[in-house]
Design a protein around this ligand. Structure first.
Ligand code: ATP
Ligand code: MN
Length: 462
């Protein structure tokens, strides 16, 4: 007989039929004559209750069915006598796939700390919380592809190993096959990459944007969705060394179009979660963050505030707050400033535009004031920056002048500059940090808990 997933079984509830379920034991209780097993197979947060008439089973088999064990149950689906579930299975036969050592199984007790869960990241999927988080993570990845596909965007795979160090400057992971014990050097003492695998210096990508622009300036609308690596030593609840980023890039979009897309896109993802992940969200709302669902609905219903960086600095200065990091025109905003704007002053998501050019990347479109660029950062409650983007500089002369001013490696960027030589076009794009989105949608508070296997400084277990 074919196995039915528990999600399907609870939805269709074919009472009176024989079914097969397979899964891991969450709890077992009962007495000498009757045993109740809560079984979960990961398809849903809900368990199915298996009712076992102890007299009809081998005593040693029942003894081996402990928390964490894996079993297959064949039996009749019946309406439940007890509270807490509509249907349950009267066990006919039970096959034990894998015993679990009750003494050493780490997930016995309830209420383990998140820190402890990270140490057992290989088993934390088996908890309600992480099951919910990773089902939602999947749903969001799917919704991202659906959103862009429905809008006629093309999914472009940009390289993970890149030859350009144009973006990251010092925050990149090197990629090499050289023997680290004897690295060949040039006469001036610099590393000789001639005989390295690619015959040149290479790194893991910090962003697919530059390559994404190449695609957009021909395919029209593209997006990337892939892993991104930053060797920054930021030990915060919002930074990973390996994270996933979604980077749409659109020909003929100006900054306003870019902001409109960003707002529509995140709202689409939030409403997708509310419609398709309701049980998992309800669980997280009860157990992790009581304000979660209200906050998701609030963001959906309200327009994002759109103000310039300069206006934001004025608001922060006028607030009379004591800041840890100084506020002043020309200084980058810190998390405390972003969160004040979003959580206290406006009390809703904020898009900041037109930042000082000195604190933004070389490729952002220069404003006529010669001081600011057409950047946009989307700031979210509890998160801070969730999206960073801009209209791109499409003018060859302005772009090359900026590259020289910032002493960027001009000759490594020849292919990027070519797009501005041959049929340049106004265009825009942004990057959404996938894990920051998942933090917001799940109400989890540490980014290490929304990616299956986090990579952070001094941590690459599993
Ligand atoms: P932050 O100031 O928070 O470090 P950033 O300015 O470095 O962000 P961008 O380079 O604009 O960020 O990257 C685009 C998006 O990628 C950010 O808005 C954020 O959502 C996400 N992101 C950036 N760095 C990280 C990281 N180390 N871990 C997880 N997500 C990140
Ligand atoms: Mn950063």
């Amino acid at each position: 007989m074919k196995r039915t997933k528990i999600k399907e079984l609870l939805k269709t509830a074919p009472v009176g039929t024989e079914v097969v379920v397979k899964g891991w034991v969450r709890t077992k209780r009962g007495n000498k004559s009757i045993v109740f097993i809560a079984l979960n197979d990961g398809s849903t947060i809900n368990n199915i209750q298996v009712v076992v008439d102890a007299a009809s089973f081998d005593e040693s088999l029942l003894k081996d069915i402990t928390t964490g064990a894996c079993i297959a149950v064949t039996g009749n689906l019946v309406e439940s006598q007890g509270q807490g579930q509509n249907v349950e299975i009267n066990a006919g036969t039970i096959e034990l796939y894998g015993k679990s050592d009750a003494e050493t199984y780490p997930l016995q007790k309830k209420g383990h700390s998140m820190e402890f869960m990270r140490e057992i990241a290989h088993l934390r999927f088996r908890t309600n919380t992480f099951g919910a988080v990773f089902r939602i993570r999947h749903a969001m990845a799917f919704a991202i592809h659906k959103y862009f596909n429905d809008k006629g965007f093309f999914y472009l795979h940009t390289p993970i190993i890149t030859g350009s160090d144009a973006e990251g400057a010092g925050e990149m992971f090197h990629v090499t096959t050289m023997d680290l014990k004897s690295i060949p050097k040039n006469e001036d003492g610099s590393v000789d990459y001639k005989n390295d695998f690619f015959g040149r210096e290479t790194n893991l990508t910090v962003s697919g944007q530059l390559e994404g622009e190449l695609g957009a300036l021909s395919l029209g609308d593209i997006y990337t969705f892939g892993p991104t690596f930053r060797a920054e030593n930021s030990n915060t609840p919002r930074h990973l060394a390996e994270f996933w980023m979604i980077e749409p890039e659109m020909a003929f979009y100006d900054l306003k179009d870019n902001m409109d897309l960003a707002e529509e896109f995140v709202k689409y993802l939030i409403s997708y979660a509310l419609e398709n992940c309701r049980e998992d969200l309800d669980f997280l709302n009860n157990m992790i963050d009581k304000g979660l669902i209200d906050r998701l609905n609030f963001v959906l219903k309200n327009d994002f505030v759109r103000i310039s960086y300069t206006e934001a600095v004025e608001i922060l200065t006028a607030s009379g707050k004591k800041w840890e990091f100084q506020v002043g025109w020309g200084r980058d905003l810190q998390a405390e400033h972003e969160r004040y704007l979003v959580e206290e002053h406006f009390n809703r998501p904020v898009i900041l535009t037109d930042y000082p050019k000195a604190i933004k990347a070389f490729y952002m479109k220069q404003n006529d004031d010669n001081n600011t660029v057409r950047a946009m950062d989307v700031l979210f409650p509890g998160i801070g920056e969730i999206i960073g983007g801009s209209q791109r500089e499409e003018n060859y002369d302005k772009l090359i002048a900026r590259i020289r001013e910032m002493k960027m490696p001009e000759k490594d960027l020849w292919w990027y500059l070519d797009t501005r030589k041959f049929g340049t076009a106004p265009h825009s794009g942004f990057g959404l940090g996938f894990e920051r989105l998942i933090l917001f949608v799940t109400g989890m508070s540490n980014i290490r808990d929304v990616i299956p296997f986090p990579r952070t400084p001094k941590n690459a277990e599993f």
